[in-house]
Design a protein around this ligand. Structure first.
Ligand code: PEP
Ligand code: MG
Length: 921
């Protein structure tokens, strides 16, 4: 049996490909990002200093056994011999010493999280040899002290200060300010001091055997995979722990060998604007870290042309080739040693969201990538960033440095907001409207009657609640940056202040809320707001995304809808939301929550009168008063969505939500009684008794949704009349209407059997009265598990399904959507009991399974059943992918999330082209 290969020279990439079965992902997995890049560049005959890579498999074997796997070290020595042959230098030999670097390199870049040791191979003996060879003792001893210091800190884990302090003392004694003032003798002295530090702290000498140096450095890099920094970074970026890091051992080349040497870093396109122009800097007579550390002012890359035209020309050619080869913007590191150019690294460059879009479009237009690839290159998060007010990064950094970070909660609605805090909705609204203040509304949690304050505010902060709490849902709907469940904050409503560990912020003080990250800061941070209509590149990209979804596909489930992907609709309650939704690219309204219209100031008293009505006539009279309001609302929606479907959901919440708060009313009654006030007392007492009569222990599972419609049909009868009168009027004025009436919370088909024919009759009556005809649909929400598993029966009546995944998640798990996120759910996610918050991302194994059953069974009864989703998950990219797989026709989300959903829908269509689960039948 041949020995397992743990080490590959940079020129052995072919062997690696054979071993991993030909795919580049496999090569990256084995050699890491850096190692595979170096090997790939070597193959492309780019000048790369020779070297080799110890594989991630070796790292994993080391982690498992606590020692190098058998044969690995011997293979390293063999590979080192090859490097000696290629360079003509010899490791550890004084006459022409080979020096190497030893760097980590995982599959995914983890910048600065793991360890590196440079200049390995320098010893007292080889240093002397190098001095003779280079005639540059300053360079040699500067390099040597760097090795001793890095070896001390990285390999021997001695704290940095142990080296920094004596260096600073030395400089002070000599009157130096900068390292550049240190001469050869100074560095030689410092090298000796550093060696003494090692001896003192560890009790042994800095190894004079270069092989010992290399062995220990390799081991240190392996160990750094499990260092705290690296582990934290992996947690934060979801990089799996079992990937391991590779170790790259590479010939050192030096940019600090005189004025014909230099070093630099560059991006093949501008990483902040996306402009197609090399962007980089370099320093002559310097080492790589000098550029990064900014010790000296680096020069713009263009100026290299006049200083070293040949090297510059070659550099431009190589980087151009690299970009063509990887078909991506590259971030490169290079060194010029005595006029010879060496490429040290190439990788896909990190960039701002803005430049990511521009680069993707440009590359597609240049023919370097396809339009589909351009769409795939942009992440939903990047689109999110582009659409919301954002903090100026540098200013946020300043806030962090100034210790102004205050608390962290759930990032419920993205964007940055800065304002003065107010603790109740009325005051928030007043300060915003009358006093033109920028306001952040802060509450423990919000209720429907807080909405006016939220809308007036720039941002919302709550100490309770989660991603589907009222505050979160409303904030997302209106695009208000919002952080919820910041549970460290103690809100003291009585004293109008909030506090975190004694840090008090009072009403009227300024705070900054980052709804994208969930962070809260004290004081102001600068922001800027991008506008979608001004973002032509983004609009083009989204158009390409729509084209992907609209292309004829192979999905068989919906005749007349032969698309490849999902449509994106929006949840919108008011005409202005619908207009916004359209401007963001929505092609339908997937949910209009009609009850929100009842909460408006001029309507609420009528709604309350209607609820408390003692007889049918009084109730009908109140409903007659409400009808014109509702008709006007629907009229506006139909006009805004001219030609697109509009799903209007009939009243859903329990009636007590429209009534005054029971506790507050009770307090008022008691106060009046105590004070002996009699005027109006009897009415208040009666109201209190009525409200108490409506009390339910579990209102979410009580008289709401279709149950309420059956118990008190007059409300939905009024709503359906209003819908159809508006639709008829619109049709008569030339607007194309596609009304779809949605019945919420169905649990048994018998509910639909009871209510739907009554409502259809009203619809038909109105059409007859108005003498118009248009098509309409009646359908239901699937938000109770029983509805999902009896979908075949339900589809006999329902012409469409819309998954109400907020309730469906609540009922499937048995977790209260109002409470779970503020207590155990956080622990569940932290402990890995649940992989993600199921109120944000669909739980595919449970809730998703029910959805899949519902789609399949529903379509057995009604093959052209239209299926959508309107729960909060409709704007979540992972959930959108799942909806694509089960064969939804559309997803519906808040208008502000529509662009993200359009991109996510295209991603799903490309990823699963022709593979919808619904086809498996
Ligand atoms: C749902 O339950 O997912 C839904 C959209 O309805 P609501 O949030 O209004 O209950
Ligand atoms: Mg619901």
């Amino acid at each position: 049996m041949t020995e397992k290969k743990w080490v590959y020279s940079f020129n052995e990439v072919k062997l690696v490909e054979e071993y991993v079965g030909g795919n580049w992902e496999g090569v990256r997995g084995l050699l890491g990002g850096k190692g595979s890049g170096l090997a790939d560049m070597t193959r492309a005959e780019v000048p790369v200093p020779p070297g080799f890579t110890v594989t991630t498999e070796a790292c994993n074997a080391y982690q498992a056994a606590g020692k190098f796997p058998a044969g690995m070290w011997e293979q390293e020595l063999e590979a080192l011999k090859k490097v000696e042959q290629l360079t003509g230098k010899k490791f550890g030999e004084a006459s022409n010493p080979l020096l190497v670097s030893c760097r980590s390199g995982a599959k995914f870049s983890m910048p600065g999280m793991m360890d590196t040791v440079l200049n390995i191979g320098l010893t007292d003996k080889t240093a002397e040899g190098m001095v003779k060879l280079t005639n540059n003792p300053r360079f040699v001893y500067d390099s040597y002290r760097r090795l001793v210091e890095m070896f001390g800190t990285v390999v021997l884990e001695i704290p940095d200060q142990a080296f920094e302090e004596p260096l600073n003392e030395y400089k002070q004694a000599k009157g130096y300010k900068l390292d550049t003032e240190m001469n050869a003798e100074d560095w030689k002295a410092i090298t000796a001091t550093f060696k003494a530090v090692i001896k003192k702290v560890k009790g042994f000498d800095f190894p004079q055997d270069p092989f010992e140096q290399l062995k220990l450095a390799t081991e240190a890099v392996f160990k750094s995979w499990n260092g705290k920094r690296a582990v934290d970074y992996r947690r934060a970026t979801n990089i799996p722990d079992d990937l391991g890091t590779a170790v790259n051992i590479q010939t050192m080349v030096f940019g600090n060998m005189g004025e014909d040497s230099g070093t630099g870093v560059a991006f093949t396109r501008n990483p902040s604007t996306g402009d197609r122009k090399m962007f980089g800097e370099y320093l002559l007579n310097a080492q790589g870290e000098d550029v990064v550390a900014g010790i000296r002012n680096a020069e713009k890359i263009e100026t290299l042309n006049s200083k070293m035209p040949e090297a510059y020309h070659q550099f431009m050619q190589i980087t151009n080739r690299l970009e063509m080869h990887y078909r991506e913007m590259q971030d490169v590191e290079f060194t010029i040693e005595h006029g010879k150019l060496w490429m040290l690294q190439t990788r896909n460059g990190k960039r701002t969201a803005n430049s990511a879009v521009k680069i993707a479009l440009d590359m597609a237009n240049e023919g370097l990538i396809t339009k589909d690839e351009a769409v795939q290159r942009i992440t939903p998060d990047q689109v999110d960033i582009l659409l919301h007010p954002q903090f100026v990064v540098e200013d946020k950094e300043v806030a962090k440095k100034e210790n102004r970070f205050y608390a962290k909660g759930v990032n419920a609605s993205p964007g940055a907001a800065v304002g003065q805090i107010y603790f109740d909705a009325d005051l928030a609204e007043k300060q915003a409207k009358q006093n033109k203040q920028d306001v952040i509304m802060v509450r423990p949690f919000t209720k429907p009657d807080d909405v006016h304050g939220m809308i007036a505010a720039k941002g919302v902060l709550t100490s309770e609640g989660g991603a589907t709490s009222h505050a979160a849902v409303v904030a997302r709907q209106f695009g208000i940056p919002c952080v919820v469940g910041a549970s460290h904050i103690k809100i003291d409503l009585e004293n109008r202040l909030m506090a975190v560990d004694g840090k008090v912020v009072r009403e009227g003080d300024w705070i900054s809320v980052d709804g994208t990250t969930g962070e809260v800061f004290v004081g102001k941070i600068l922001t800027f707001t991008p506008k979608i209509e001004e973002q032509t590149d983004l609009l083009t990209l989204l158009k390409w995304a729509d084209e992907i979804c609209a292309k004829p596909g192979t999905r068989k489930f919906s005749p007349g809808w032969p698309t490849k992907g999902l449509q994106v609709w929006a949840n919108a309650d008011y005409p202005k939301d619908a207009q916004r939704a359209r401007s963001y690219g929505a092609v339908g309204i997937g949910l209009c929550r009609t009850e929100h219209m009842f909460f408006e100031k001029d309507r609420l008293p009528i709604v309350q009168r209607m609820i408390l009505a003692e007889n049918l006539d009084v109730r009908k009279a109140a409903l007659d008063e409400l009808l014109p309001y509702q008709r006007a609302d629907f009229d506006g929606l139909f006009r805004a969505m001219d030609g697109y479907p509009v799903i209007i959901r009939l009243i859903d919440p329990p009636l007590h939500e429209f009534m005054p708060n029971e506790d507050e009313l009770f307090e008022e009654v008691i106060t009046m009684r105590v004070k002996g006030e009699t005027t109006g007392l009897a009415e208040k007492e009666k109201l209190l008794a009525d409200i108490r009569g409506m009390h339910e222990s579990n209102p979410m599972m009580g008289l709401r949704g279709v149950r309420l419609s059956i118990y008190m049909p007059q409300i939905v009868e009024m709503q359906v009349r209003a819908i159809f009168e508006a639709a008829a009027d619109c049709t008569l004025s030339g607007v194309v209407v596609k009304p779809e009436v949605m019945i919420p919370l169905t649990g048994t088909v018998n509910e639909l059997k009871w209510i739907q024919p009554r409502l259809i009759k009203i619809a038909d009556d109105v059409m007859k009265e108005k003498k118009v005809n248009f098509t309409y649909k009646f359908g239901t929400m699937i938000e109770i598990p029983r509805a999902a598993v009896t979908a075949a029966e339900i589809a006999e009546y329902a012409e469409f399904f819309s998954f109400g995944t907020n309730d469906l998640t609540q009922m499937t798990f048995g977790y209260s959507r109002d409470d779970a996120e503020r207590n155990f759910l956080v622990t569940y996610v932290a402990e890995g009991i649940l992989p993600k918050n199921p109120f944000q991302t669909i739980d595919q194994g449970g809730v998703g399974r029910l959805m899949d059953i519902a789609v399949k069974d529903g379509r057995t009864t009604r093959p052209d059943l239209e299926v959508g989703i309107c729960g909060e998950h409709g704007g979540d990219p992972d959930s959108i992918e799942f909806c694509h797989l089960i064969g939804n026709n559309y997803v519906s989300c808040s208008p502000f999330r529509v662009p993200i959903a359009r991109l996510a829908a295209a991603h799903a269509a490309l990823k699963h082209s022709g593979k919808a689960l619904a086809e498996d039948k």
